[in-house]
Design a binder for this molecule. Structure first.
Ligand code: F3S
Length: 69
């Protein structure tokens, strides 16, 4: 059984590098300042788990958490 994943962006850490949006556009939205927020409630749709981990590991500010539920 695959666990469900959820992504969360820490707004205090995000500096708008936007790598998350480039790597996983389905999982992140950028606001008018260019800072990222998780799309919807952050739940990672099936099949996009790898993108969630990729975004986390590529954020220079370590602003992304991937939560296993
Ligand atoms: Fe912010 Fe990191 Fe994405 S700094 S815009 S969460 S790559």
């Amino acid at each position: 059984m695959t666990e469900r994943l959820r992504v969360h962006v820490d707004p205090d850490k995000c500096q708008g590098h936007a790598r998350c949006k480039a790597l996983a556009p389905e999982l992140f939205e950028l606001d008018e300042y260019g800072n990222a927020h998780e799309a919807r409630d952050g739940t990672v749709p099936p099949g996009l788990e790898d993108k969630a981990w990729l975004a986390k590991s590529n954020c220079p500010e370590i602003a992304i958490d991937v939560i296993e539920e």
